[in-house]
Design a protein around this ligand. Structure first.
Ligand SMILES: *[C@@H]1O[C@H](CO)[C@@H](O)[C@H](O)[C@H]1NC(C)=O
Ligand SMILES: *[C@@H]1O[C@H](CO)[C@@H](O)[C@H](O)[C@H]1NC(C)=O
Length: 304
């Protein structure tokens, strides 16, 4: 186990021959110790975060070896580049000291960033963004002016040279009960002063409820994932994650609500075609949808 862990951090040539032999396990049976679990929930900014946190074993080992006076110059602690395309489609957004997530979307060949209004905040013109390969400022095209009314959405400009493969397509069909989904974002603090801090997470779940103007899933969503994408199995954006459930200060990250893309698709397409900002006022939802998001009971239409 220890040697597997060492191998995870050191280039092979720095190990002695017998160690290299011991490490030649088949890729399917080889398990490497990458972290040691510290806790499964913690607090940040007075909010509970329900997330398994582990200490990076590579850093622990380097520290240990330094204390033994061993050379650690060959340690490779950088994160392995991910082959998952989804990482390149999301951005961390910093606005007025808050952080959230956004998604590069492509609508009629135009590129935008879709996020939540509460991530951007009111009366904000530009926000700071960090994507997998760049940092940039993005302008707020539209942000729901009434933070109490759904949809909790904001549309931002995206750099026009963002490659097509980094832009997500809008899902064509509505979510269905039991459908597998993937909620992505930055559930933990991203340090904007540290250029290399780009560590998004993704959680698998299922659609557990489809309502008018709202879909719920059981794939974990934490505070920094606000505005993040809910992907379907084809990698299209099916929803924009808005909130989880919080009762008496206890957060339930596995019950969460998202804005269905199908309900805003037409408006986004119309805006991309016309560039008419007035079109975006259609992103403020109907009173029926208000009721769903404020968790009010629907009016009783007939009593038996
Ligand atoms: C989330 O974390 C808090 C502590 O930070 C804990 O009290 C609570 O039980 C956890 N909730 C769930 C659903 O695990
Ligand atoms: C953020 O990164 C900067 C630059 O690496 C570092 O000096 C600072 O201590 C970091 N802040 C936190 C809270 O980790």
């Amino acid at each position: 186990m220890l040697w597997d862990a060492v191998a995870a951090c050191l280039p092979f040539q720095t190990l002695c021959p017998w160690a290299v032999k011991a490490l030649q396990c088949s890729t399917t049976s080889c398990r490497r110790l990458v972290g040691i679990v510290i806790c499964t929930s913690f607090q940040r900014h007075q909010e509970n975060v329900n997330l398994t946190l582990a200490a990076n074993f590579g850093y622990l080992l380097r520290n240990f070896m330094e204390q033994l006076g061993m050379s650690t110059t060959e340690f490779q602690l950088s994160r392995e580049p991910s082959s998952f395309a989804w990482e390149r489609t999301i951005v961390v957004i910093e606005s007025a000291g808050q952080q959230g997530t956004g998604t590069f979307i492509r609508v009629h060949n135009k590129r935008f960033i879709l996020t939540c209004a509460h991530v951007v905040g009111q009366n904000i013109e530009t926000v700071n963004c960090r994507a997998a390969d760049r940092e940039f400022q993005s302008e707020v095209i539209w942000c729901n002016p009434d933070s109490d009314k759904p949809f909790d959405l904001a549309l931002l400009t995206a750099p026009q040279d963002v490659p097509e493969r980094c832009c997500v397509r809008l899902a064509r069909s509505p979510a269905t009960l039991g459908q597998m989904v993937y909620n992505a974002g930055f559930p933990y603090y991203v340090n904007f002063s540290f250029r290399h801090d780009f560590n998004p997470s993704i959680f698998q779940g299922r659609i557990i409820k489809c309502d008018t103007g709202a879909i719920m899933s059981d794939g974990s969503v934490q505070a920094g994932q606000s505005g993040g994408p809910m992907f379907d199995q084809n990698g299209c954006i099916l929803g924009v994650c808005v909130s989880n459930i919080k009762l008496d200060d206890v957060v339930y990250p596995n019950i969460n609500t998202a804005i269905p893309i199908c309900d805003i698709r037409n408006t986004l397409q119309q805006f991309a075609r016309t560039n008419d900002l007035n079109v975006l006022s259609n992103l403020v939802a109907s009173p029926d949808v208000h009721r769903v998001w404020s968790l009010e009971m629907p009016p009783i239409r007939s009593k038996l």
